[in-house]
Design a protein around this ligand. Sequence first.
Ligand SMILES: Cc1cc2nc3c(=O)[nH]c(=O)nc-3n(C[C@H](O)[C@H](O)[C@H](O)COP(=O)(O)OP(=O)(O)OC[C@H]3O[C@@H](n4cnc5c(N)ncnc54)[C@H](O)[C@@H]3O)c2cc1C
Length: 414
Amino acid sequence: MSSSDTFVIVGAGMAGGKAAETLREEGFDGRIVLVGAEPHRPYERPPLSKDYLRGESEQPAWLQEDDGWYAANDVELRTSSVVQSIDAGDKAVVLGGGERIGYDRLLLATGGEPRRLPVPGGDLDGVHLLRTIEDSKAIQGTFDSGGRLVVIGGGWIGCEVAASAKQKGMDVTLIETLELPLLRVLGPELGAFYRDVHKDQGVDLRLGAGVEAIEGAGRAERVKLSDGNTIDCAAVVVGIGVAPRTELVEGIARVDNGVIVDERLQSSVDGIFAAGDIANAAHPIFTQHVRVEHWANALEQGPAAARSMLGREVSYDKVPYFFSDQYDVGMEYAGLHDPGSDELVLRGDMSSGEFIAFWLRGDKLVAGMNVNVWDVNDAIQSLIRARVPVEDRRLADLDVPLEELVPADQISQR
Ligand SMILES: Cc1cc2nc3c(=O)[nH]c(=O)nc-3n(C[C@H](O)[C@H](O)[C@H](O)COP(=O)(O)OP(=O)(O)OC[C@H]3O[C@@H](n4cnc5c(N)ncnc54)[C@H](O)[C@@H]3O)c2cc1C
């Protein structure tokens, strides 16, 4: 790479911000343009449904504490700027006002767009989505006025918002179309565990329930369920998943549940890379394409993509990892499992609130989740990477240290 090269990063979120940092750390001395639609420098999103939402931290979790870092490192951070299109033939991005920025390498890090609820009243005032600092602040504002918050969607974001709202003294109803929260990602046993966690905290759970409409005179006042029941509320938060923001490259690069990238995180177009929520990446360990909508993936894929843009050898093979905090229940999950077909093995008693769930495919570990049990996730990840046969009875045995199950040479290879 030469110092006359221009690298453009679209999306000044977690993956994009980390990529810009890495390019400078790796010694790239060309031009870096980091274009972000939001009015902020890059920040981490997990606190937006946790401590920041509850007003326990004043500042967002900036990737760079010092907002002068970007200028000091000659990273052109264009906030409140939207890339409208990509001219791949001419190798340029086109901004809202028509400005064109030519690139030698392009990184797409546009993240995900929260899905709106497609029902009458789904866009009334008082119906919130949660992706940005402003969204989090707006929901926090509803906590101040009190009353009932209806959370639609029992996935991670919905469950965390329900927990935060409850901790702030709101009455909370959580509506989920499936029979259990988190059923699709964790399966029935763990879904039932989280159902009970919320039930014990006094959340009104409406499971297997559909939403027909949100009603009110100009703003959300009640939620009408498909069974005819209505729930009066002060506000609504919709957490029904996100869609990868791929529209910029549709018709340019291969898109299928995100931008398809190889192990180097390069798309089907030479010189165009993708990282974070938007990247559906070939994964050497899982031997399939994997798209991960989690924090650690964005923080690690951004740097990996940056190194790849610089022509370094990259094969992105991190085991997917995420965490969630709800009330006093903290968990970490590593791997990738199919709750419909993989075998669940438990170490510890779920009713004690401290246990590890493992998922086996055949005799190999594909995922593990530690709940209020700490300092074990590294061993879980090593075991997944090792792809060695492991006996379910040893996984379940509290007296067998997890490290004992990992071949010695695999611990150091992570
Ligand atoms: C409330 C909340 C809580 C979460 N909690 C957890 C958690 O506990 N654990 C966990 O592992 N993960 C969590 N996540 C997920 C994690 O934050 C995401 O996986 C991560 O933010 C993805 O990073 P990204 O860089 O791919 O996308 P983002 O961080 O979304 O950044 C993408 C950026 O691109 C910008 N952009 C999009 N299109 C354009 C365009 N055309 N031009 C310019 N800019 C554009 C967007 O405005 C955005 O700023 C949470 C997410 C949310 C929203």
